[in-house]
Design a binder for this molecule. Structure first.
Ligand SMILES: *[C@@H]1O[C@H](CO)[C@@H](O)[C@H](O)[C@H]1NC(C)=O
Ligand SMILES: *[C@@H]1O[C@H](CO)[C@@H](O)[C@H](O)[C@H]1NC(C)=O
Ligand SMILES: *[C@@H]1O[C@H](CO)[C@@H](O)[C@H](O)[C@H]1NC(C)=O
Ligand SMILES: *[C@@H]1O[C@H](CO)[C@@H](O)[C@H](O)[C@H]1NC(C)=O
Length: 453
């Protein structure tokens, strides 16, 4: 009777198992590779993996080396730490799992095999902690008088010990004044404490302290340092001349912290308020600098006189007077050209239009004006085409003219437009038109229009 085919398979499998059993008995168990050291962020899970060859009938155990506390033997957890678990994959891979790792879990762990003598290997569990500020030792926003000493601190804990760096939010350098009088400028300053000796207004602003220890995320805190000082006014032009009928803008620059209340007052002590007549504008230029302007529209005789810009904060008050005086205006052109109607004043007004100002001027009823312009424009084109009389000389001509004759606001506007156009590099011929309109204006202004044109 023939044996079933599968019986030989069964026999083979039995023999094979017997064989591994015999080999297991014959050879001592060995570790296949060393235990890895682990670096785990607090709160995460850690797994030590012990690889064993030829375990045979022996068992794998886990011990925390410093406390000698047995964590697990074979498939049983011994410790009463409920975060500890074990798992295995066949007879080879033996794992120790620590869930939600805590600082007390840090230390050496030992994987043992209960041979005689016992075999073991160790791996270190490092628990790292991202930085965090210690709120009691970290400053909030501060205010200091100028020239005083300010100190801000930022302390952080974490594992490893975090480094604390300071930098300015605006990217400017931090100035460190040492007690020996020397000073250094740095983009980043590393220290838990940042001290400002004799602090100045330029050091006012937001500072960031950044704590990092290589364990993400780094943390940063924004600390605003306010420097207080008495307000200061700077006036670029204390004497401003303008012709009747024009608009003129007076300006004052204020430095103040805390922020000042800024306003304008006339000779008569009347406060100037925005209206049809006046436009009052305050513009902040930085945290402590501002520009205040007063535009007086359609100047009349009564508008000439003193205007005081005043800045007031909790530390004091300051003012400065700008004197507005009359200078001969476009009416003179009227006299010269013997045209005496009011329409002629439009000679300059179209330049205030937003677009294509020269186009408006060209539409002038006066045919002669038109010719003059055309001629002059041709002349300019010739000059600018020749290399030596470059735009530089034109520019200096124009700036000289401006500084010599304190021209009216309108002319300034023309110049401004010219400069803007020039910067943009657009409308070159337009700029030339404008340039020569300006020259023509100046010439007429100094009573020479007739002689030249
Ligand atoms: C673990 O760290 C120890 C030193 O703390 C070192 O001697 C050992 O070689 C490290 N083990 C591994 C597998 O890198
Ligand atoms: C002043 O002290 C700082 C550190 O406190 C040092 O770096 C610097 O060289 C000193 N300067 C002088 C001129 O002694
Ligand atoms: C022009 O104004 C400036 C101030 O901006 C003044 O110093 C100068 O004297 C004035 N020049 C004339 C000619 O008025
Ligand atoms: C005009 O000035 C600009 C910069 O100021 C310069 O780059 C350019 O070459 C000048 N043009 C001539 C014709 O000199």
């Amino acid at each position: 009777m023939e044996q079933p085919w599968w019986l030989s398979y069964l026999l083979a499998i039995f023999l094979l198992r017997l064989d591994t059993k015999l080999v297991g008995e014959a050879f001592q168990p060995e570790f296949a590779e060393p235990l890895s050291n682990l670096t785990i962020v607090i709160g995460r899970d850690a797994t030590f993996r012990c690889l064993v060859q030829n375990l045979g009938g022996y068992r794998v155990g886990w011990v925390k080396a410093d406390t000698k506390a047995i964590q697990a033997i074979h498939v049983h957890v011994i410790t009463n730490n409920h975060r500890v678990a074990v798992s295995h994959n066949g007879q080879t891979v033996w794992n120790l799992h620590i869930r939600n790792v805590q600082e007390e879990d840090r230390g050496q762990y030992m994987c043992q095999i209960n041979t005689d003598p016992m075999k073991s290997q160790m791996g270190y569990l490092n628990v790292v902690i991202p930085p965090d500020f210690i709120s009691e030792e970290t400053s909030g926003d501060i205010m200091v008088p100028e020239g005083g000493t300010a100190q801000v601190s930022c302390r952080a804990h974490g594992q490893p010990e975090p480094r604390v760096m300071w930098r300015r939010e605006d990217g400017a350098d931090i100035i460190i004044r040492h007690s020996n009088g020397s000073k250094t400028q740095v983009l980043m300053y590393e220290n838990a404490i940042l001290t400002f000796n004799k602090i100045s207004r330029s050091e006012m602003g937001a500072y960031l302290c950044i704590a990092s220890n290589g364990v993400p995320p780094s943390v940063s805190k924004r600390i605003v340092i306010k420097v207080h000082f008495h307000p200061v006014i700077q006036v670029p032009n204390q004497l401003v001349g303008a012709p009747l009928g024009t608009d003129v803008t007076l300006e004052c620059y204020i430095e103040s912290s805390p922020k000042s209340i800024n306003y304008w007052v006339r000779d008569s002590n009347e406060m100037v308020i925005s209206s049809n007549k006046y436009e009052v504008v305050n513009t902040m230029m930085s945290s402590f600098e501002s520009r205040m302007t007063l535009t007086v529209r359609r100047l009349e005789k009564t508008d000439f006189g003193g205007y005081r810009c005043v800045a007031k904060n909790s530390l004091g008050e300051v003012d400065s007077v700008i004197r507005l005086y009359e200078i001969p205006g476009p009416d003179r052109i009227k006299d010269l050209s013997t045209v005496n109607n009011k329409e002629d004043y439009k000679f300059s007004t179209p330049l205030e239009g937003p677009d294509n100002q020269f186009g408006s001027a060209e539409r002038s009823d006066d045919e002669d004006d038109k010719e003059i312009f055309t001629d002059i424009i041709k002349g300019v084109k010739l000059i600018t085409n020749s290399d030596d009389l470059s735009n530089r000389s034109l520019q200096s001509l124009h700036s000289n003219t401006v500084s010599k004759l304190n021209l009216s606001n309108k002319v300034r506007k023309i110049i401004d437009t010219f400069e803007i156009e020039q910067k943009n590099g657009a409308g070159r011929s337009y700029v030339l038109h404008l340039m020569f309109f300006l020259i023509c204006f100046v010439l007429s202004y100094i009573h020479l229009l007739k002689c030249y044109c």
